[in-house]
Design a protein around this ligand. Structure first.
Ligand code: NAI
Ligand code: MG
Length: 490
């Protein structure tokens, strides 16, 4: 597994988009450098797509959906299953692309990102043949019937972030294709290579040309052009709350459908009766995996003072034992942050917290380059107004806040004291406490005795500043449809 024979190289020697089932030369000549976050090296370039490229891709998607020969539900199911099989068949290659382009430890990319991407597509393949409308009894005399049709919403524009590039693409392609929509996907400029490879793999999987188009480029150019294109019926966005606000506002002006899956600052509550070993393992995995760059990471630890010391010791021990380093070393558990900008951002939050009285139980130190590595860090006594406790850090930094009470209203108030509402976790063996907290926590997902992302069969999404709309489950596919009501008198 040498760095010089990297499977993504061919895709970024010559920057291109993927439009209407084939590679497309970009309209303009500008490019964006692709770098390996583990070394900071430039390894190639992607095309900096512009409004002309977006227009071409949207045109291809519109043509695909307008073809008189319909792409049947069973055929869409088979295409998604074939793409999942293609991911399995190219698993090692895709893992190495994620490793090099996204700074992921090879063991993470091959054990999580790649198989999860195939599983996501398989899950949504099943939905293609299971969508349906309903028939109701009309309250009127005479012969009449009424029913609903569930139609694809139209051409969709999809914008994804850099933290789980291949999985992010699968989360967007799966439900859109299941629902019968053609799509234009704009991957993050930091991590476009696996999406380009996935698009290339679709060619042998039975996707009619134009259903899947990929335009690479910067958010402010390619992304904004996609949001503003009148041929796009819906935008599905995953990323920061700041960008999500802009996109939702732009879609509102155009009356475009939009779902925004945004950031989080998810609390994890640990009650005195919790299984501390299991809680420590789950919390450490949730906040440190992928170098903390996970929207649902358990980043605010609210722990009962009676067990705080014992729990923090356990988490610190796990953090201290994690192997950080070369992403191509199979034993490495923690890779770099995605970019120099992100590393500085993370370090800034930690420095700000330490300067206002926080204590580093572990980590908190600066690491030398090359590569954008950050130490797994646990902070305690973080000032209530410190940015580290209020904002999404998107790094391997856990902020611990001990509490004394056992009153569920008071505990929930602490947990809910955040603009975000993506997920909330609680550890307890008491059913009444578990249900009482589930009722009180303001979050799209509440998990008891677990942390992190849930099951594909259940909807996921946010409340408050974490956005709106749901992905996964029936709701995630229905988000790509529009209901049409039909009545017939006879
Ligand atoms: P971002 O939200 O700006 O980027 C995400 C995607 O949106 C990228 O594909 C980008 O090209 C696109 N984009 C950016 N501006 C756009 C615009 N005006 N119109 C259309 N598309 C646009 O996030 P960024 O700047 O990469 O990361 C900054 C912070 O955001 C992170 O530190 C993290 O806190 C948060 N973030 C959260 C994510 C999550 O899943 N919760 C994912 C990525 C970032
Ligand atoms: Mg990269």
């Amino acid at each position: 597994m040498t760095r010089d024979r990297w499977p993504g190289a061919a895709l970024i020697d010559k920057p291109r988009h993927f439009i209407a089932g084939d590679w497309a030369a970009p309209a303009g000549g500008s490019t964006i450098d692709v770098e390996d976050p583990a070394t900071g090296e430039r390894i190639g370039a992607i095309a900096a797509g512009n409004a002309q490229d977006i227009d071409r891709a949207v045109g291809a998607a519109q043509e695909a959906m307008a073809r008189p020969v319909k792409w049947l539900a069973t055929e869409r199911q088979d295409a998604l299953l074939a793409l999942a099989a293609a991911i399995d068949a190219h698993a090692e290659e895709l893992a190495r692309i994620e490793m090099r382009d996204g700074g992921k430890p090879i063991s993470n990319a091959s054990r999580v990102d790649v198989p999860a991407s195939a599983a996501i597509l398989r899950y949504f393949a099943g939905w293609a043949t299971k969508l349906s409308g309903e028939t109701t009894e009309l309250s009127q005399q005479g012969g009449a019937r009424g029913f609903t049709l569930r139609e694809p919403v139209g051409v969709v524009g999809q914008i994804i972030p850099w933290n789980y590039p291949l999985m992010g693409a699968a989360f967007k392609i799966g439900p859109a294709i299941a629902a019968g929509c053609a799509l234009v996907l704009k991957p993050a400029e930091q991590t476009s290579v696996s999406t380009l490879r996935l698009a290339e793999l679709t060619r042998a999987c039975g996707f009619p040309p134009g259903f899947i188009n990929v335009v690479t480029g910067a958010g402010a150019q390619a992304g904004a052009a996609l949001v503003d294109h009148p041929g796009v019926s819906k935008i599905a966005f995953t990323g920061s709350t700041a960008t999500g606000r802009e996109i939702a506002a732009a879609c509102g002006r155009q009356m475009k459908r939009v779902t925004v899956e945004l950031g989080g600052k998810s609390p994890v509550i640990v009650m005195p009766d919790a299984d501390l070993d299991a809680a420590a393992r789950a919390i450490a995995t949730s906040i440190f995996f992928n170098t903390g760059q996970t929207c649902s990471a358990a980043s605010r630890l609210l722990v009962h003072a009676g067990v705080a010391g014992a729990l923090l010791d356990r988490i610190a021990r796990i953090a201290g034992s994690m192997k950080i380093g070369r992403t191509d070393d199979p034993d490495t558990q923690l890779g770099p942050a995605i970019s120099a900008v992100q590393r500085e951002r993370i370090e800034g939050f930690v420095a700000g917290a330490l300067a206002t009285g926080a204590r580093a139980i572990t980590g908190g130190d600066l690491r030398e380059g090359p590569g954008y590595f950050v130490s797994p860090t646990v902070l305690s006594d973080v000032h209530a107004q410190a940015a580290a406790l209020r904002e999404e850090i998107f790094g391997p930094v856990l902020c611990a806040v001990p509490f004394e009470t056992t009153d569920l209203d008071e505990i929930a108030a602490l947990a809910n004291d955040t603009p975000y509402g993506l997920a909330a976790y609680a550890w307890t063996r008491d059913l009444s406490v578990a249900n009482g907290l589930a009722d009180r926590l303001q979050a799209g997902t509440v998990r008891i005795n677990a942390c992190g992302g849930g099951d594909l069969s259940l909807p996921a999404g946010g409340v408050k500043a974490s956005g709106f709309g749901r992905e996964n489950g029936r709701a995630g596919v229905e988000a790509y449809t529009e209901l049409k009501t039909v009545t017939m008198a006879y």
